[in-house]
Ligand binder design. Structure first.
Ligand SMILES: Cc1ncc(COP(=O)(O)O)c(C=O)c1O
Length: 445
């Protein structure tokens, strides 16, 4: 099949996911043929610098890592799949022990799954079962945040408010409510940090009281929210959340599906604020996308409170997935990717910051190797663009040979942790040019 045929087949037989149908017809599906390091080649032979770590931000270690492939191969040949629950293969246990070493504080017990949504479902069920066996047997409610994204399965979706998927799938799981999110550039309360008193955090107490403390099992939050681009909370936010959760015996679930494994310059983003969650969910960069894998990680005391965790997946702790994760983590350690990402992330943010002077840029923000440029049609009111200006910028960056992503009001970057300074320089130059080109073409300068 030639490239045109493959694209046509993709449209006819396969691609009907979240992608907008009209945009797909206009822009075509984006089909990759090969990749090496941090450069991908599409089926037309065009090469791109992948500054999104594969769109989903999973691929932290870059493409073509033979040692991960070999670890998966060896495991598949030796013992491809051992079963589930208490019948597992050795790498699964080694991975659990490794995760215990890396995860914050007392988080030493892992329940492995096949991705982020499953990790969130496991976390919710764990929280409810823990509460059942402890002091709050009726606790079933979950509080999340406006604009949150926790996954596509029904439980995770009920805690989500992003990508426009929720309403069409309702009625959702009962017992879910939301509080406003720390989206400081466009504060939901119309306040400014630091005079705001971190109202978005203290609001949690009000919500717990409103819902009935004895009925609330858990609060879930992304440490850094993806909605409208890399929403870094104020430093006081998570310590306040932790205090409120402790006061009402509400478990705090940190959803580190994107942020976990180094995206923000620490192994896990909660390390930035020295706050230990009760449960942490991870996926994506745990294997850098070389195998579908995730986990809900908790402390022993929570596991020990249950006679059994009543939850199971056929592929929980898959041996080849565990082998991939171990090989991936070994690369992180050998190449010092956490420290490297932290340093290069700061370099990226410093290089992007001057763009805040641009007439259509509202704010530049980021943490570690995750950054966003939030656009505005009016610097005074901070109003977002109502048209496709943001998408046009991302499209133009792609024409310049670099992959970034439009995300609501912003353009996002999540470079692999293996990127080099030259790559970041090229990214920033492409962004600058694209913003100027689009602004000029639309008379926005
Ligand atoms: C914070 C967060 N949680 C959960 C998920 C769901 O993960 P998955 O798509 O692997 O099911 C995502 C996916 O992007 C996510 O960003």
């Amino acid at each position: 099949m030639d490239a045109r045929e493959i694209k046509q087949q993709a449209l006819e037989h396969h691609i009907f996911g979240l992608a907008n149908r009209q945009q797909l017809q206009e822009e075509g599906p984006f089909i990759f043929a090969s990749a090496e390091g941090i450069t991908v080649t599409d089926i037309d032979g065009n090469q791109y610098l992948d500054m999104m770590s594969t769109l989903t931000r999973a691929n932290s270690v870059g493409y073509g890592r033979e040692e991960i492939a070999r670890a998966v191969y060896n495991q598949l040949v030796g013992m491809h799949y051992a079963g589930t629950v208490a019948q597992v293969a050795e790498p699964t246990i080694q991975l659990a022990a490794k995760v215990a070493e890396l995860a914050p504080g007392r988080l030493t017990a892992s329940f492995f799954v096949s991705g982020g949504s499953e990790a969130v479902e496991a976390a919710f069920k764990l929280a409810k079962q823990y509460q059942y066996h402890r002091n709050k047997p009726r606790a079933f409610k979950i509080i999340s945040r406006s604009l949150a994204y926790h996954g596509a399965t029904m439980g995770a979706l009920a805690a989500s408010d992003w990508l426009g998927q929720r309403h069409i799938s309702e009625p959702g799981v009962p017992g879910h409510t939301r509080i406003p999110a720390p989206t400081c550039y466009r504060c939901p309360f119309g306040l400014e940090y630091p005079d705001c008193g971190i109202k978005c955090a203290t609001w949690l107490e009000r919500e717990i009281q409103q819902e009935g403390p004895e009925l609330v099992a858990a609060f879930i939050a992304e440490p850094v929210m993806q909605a409208h681009g890399v929403q870094v909370p104020p430093p006081e936010y998570f310590p306040i959340i932790r205090e409120i959760c402790d006061k009402y015996e509400v478990l705090f679930i940190a959803d580190e599906v994107i942020t976990g494994f180094g995206r923000t310059g620490e192994w896990f983003a909660m390390n930035h604020w020295d706050v230990e969650p009760d449960i942490m969910t991870v996926a994506k960069a745990m294997t850098s996308g070389y195998f579908p894998m995730g986990a809900a990680i908790t402390r022993k005391e929570i596991v020990d409170a249950l006679p059994a965790f009543l939850h199971v997946h056929t592929y929980s702790g898959h041996a080849a997935g565990a082998a991939a994760a171990l090989a991936n983590i070994a690369i992180y350690e050998r190449e010092n990717l956490i420290a490297r990402g932290k340093e290069l992330g700061q370099y990226l943010l410093d290089a992007l910051k001057p763009l805040e002077q641009h007439p259509i840029v509202g704010q530049v923000r980021g943490l570690g190797m995750w950054a966003a440029i939030d656009f505005t049609a009016n610097k005074q009111t901070r109003a977002p663009f109502e048209d496709d200006t943001v998408r046009a910028v991302a499209r133009r960056v792609r024409e310049l040979g670099v992959l970034v992503s439009p995300i609501g009001t912003a353009v996002e970057m999540a470079p692999p942790l293996t990127a080099r300074k030259e790559d970041v320089d090229r990214l920033v130059a492409a962004l600058e040019q694209a913003i100027n080109d689009v602004a000029r073409a639309r008379n926005l300068l």
